[in-house]
Design a protein around this ligand. Structure first.
Ligand code: 13P
Ligand code: SF4
Length: 347
């Protein structure tokens, strides 16, 4: 059974106030950093941060990485408490993989428009229409959807997961239409049905944005997250010879870090949530990283503020729980996901 956390005192707690977009009132200064480290040590807590978190949260975390890498750490950690600086479905996945741990998200209101684009009821109906199909769900789904899923995937292993499934079985891929189109293209399978969901942040990184940026930076490499609305345009640009095919890289956030290490110099246009630029610039300071759309910021990810993290560690909130029946039904699909693909931590 997961341990219920009791509150710990902190001199900074009185400063935490509730603002219109989440917890606020605490600066990410040295006092805050020391307090975060002290409270984490006292709770034997591991702090995990997704690559889209605020830079100060990425820097204080024990591990920063992509969805796959962080899920693997959550499944393996010796810590008693997992503080998940990310969005709700990520913390839920950590809880499903490590049910005996206490899992905390610093603001439980940090949702995900993509996870909201399919409900368990909708998936159940879709399955009933295609009873022989296998269900592949992106990890950006609720625990209830995962419970109806055969295998989950992240952006870094979606192609390999689908390749591992019998070629003659129909696949219901959900919820991201752009990632689904990428998987279909890469696997060459025509028996994949794709749900029409999307992430509002990545869908907003459009073809015209990408074309304008490639005209501004003609020799640049392109790092494109497969959730992006511009993914098809990147393929089109390469197909038309407008961008050298070798310069177009479709990558998860963790794979972008690996690619940056190989590349070392030059200009790279980055099509994903702008939090990613912090990790990329730290990893390869000689490269000029330019966002394809500088307004592509996920307000859910940015709800994990310094104040929210301090409050989470001191008060032991917001705890994430998944009903046992749902977690048991969802676990196998997540375990199949973490068994496939690279580390996801940019190592
Ligand atoms: P990855 O970390 O798997 O690249 O996922 C991106 C994402 O949108 C998570 O919200
Ligand atoms: Fe969800 Fe998009 Fe935000 Fe990722 S960037 S958490 S997919 S809304």
């Amino acid at each position: 059974m997961a341990q219920k956390l009791s509150p710990l005192a902190s001199p900074l707690l009185d400063k935490v106030t509730e603002g219109p977009t989440g917890w606020t009132g605490v600066e990410a200064d040295e006092e805050w950093a020391a307090e975060v480290r002290r409270l984490a040590a006292e709770r034997n807590a591991v702090i995990l941060a997704h690559n889209y978190q605020l830079p100060e949260i990425q820097d204080i975390a024990h591990f920063t990485g992509d969805s796959l890498g962080l899920s693997r750490i959550a499944a393996d950690t010796d810590a008693d408490v997992i503080i998940f600086c990310g969005v709700h479905f990520m913390a839920e996945s950590a809880k499903i993989l490590s049910p005996e741990k206490t899992v905390i998200i610093p603001d439980e209101r940090a949702g995900c428009s993509l996870a909201d684009s399919i409900t368990a009821e909708q998936l159940a109906e879709w399955k009933a229409e295609h009873p022989d199909a296998l269900v592949v769900s992106y990890v950006n789904t609720t625990a209830d959807v995962k419970a109806l899923t055969d295998v989950c995937c992240t952006s870094s292993n979606a192609v390999d997961i689908v390749k591992s499934l019998p070629a003659d079985r129909e696949i219901l891929f959900n919820p991201d239409q752009f990632l689904g189109a990428h998987v279909k293209r890469e696997t060459g399978r025509d028996n994949i049905r794709i749900w029409a969901g999307e992430c509002h942040v990545h869908a907003g990184i459009s073809g015209p944005d990408l074309v304008a940026k490639t005209e501004e930076h003609p020799g640049a490499d392109l790092y494109i997250h497969p959730e992006c609305g511009c993914a098809n345009s990147a393929i089109y640009l390469a197909g038309e010879g407008l961008v050298d095919e070798e310069r177009v890289h479709m990558l998860s956030t963790g794979q972008m870090l690996d690619e940056a290490k190989n590349q070392q110099t030059g200009t790279v246009l980055v099509a994903t949530e702008i939090g990613m630029l912090h990790q990329l610039r730290q990893t390869a300071p000689e490269i000029d990283f330019e966002p394809v759309n500088e307004r592509a910021s996920c307000s859910y990810m940015k709800m994990i503020t310094p104040a929210a993290l301090l409050r989470a560690l001191a008060l032991g909130v917001d705890e994430v729980d998944v009903p046992k029946e749902t977690a048991d039904a969802a676990r196998e699909s997540l375990e199949r996901m973490i068994a496939v693909g690279q580390s996801g931590l940019g190592e």
